[in-house]
Design a protein around this ligand. Structure first.
Ligand code: ZN
Length: 73
């Protein structure tokens, strides 16, 4: 089971897709068990098409919580 620090959420308004390394992303060809750091830099959100820069971890440094704001949804 992935920890919140290892799960990354798309920050685009009205999206909210969460990348879970336990699941990977079949639609984008990312195998199960792939940590976010190893996901290709040209990865795009399977829901809205946003790039990796639009993703934030659910907890820990750089997360939406650490920055004092919450996801749009
Ligand atoms: Zn998205």
């Amino acid at each position: 089971m992935a920890r919140p620090e290892e799960m990354y959420q798309c920050q685009t308004a009205n999206c909210g897709y969460i990348y879970n390394p336990d699941r990977g992303c079949r639609k984008r060809g990312v195998p199960k068990g792939t940590p976010w750091e190893e996901v290709a830099e040209d990865f795009r959100c399977p829901v809205c098409g946003a790039g990796k820069k639009m993703f934030r971890p659910l907890a820990g440094p750089g997360s939406v919580v650490a920055e004092g704001r919450r996801a749009a949804n």
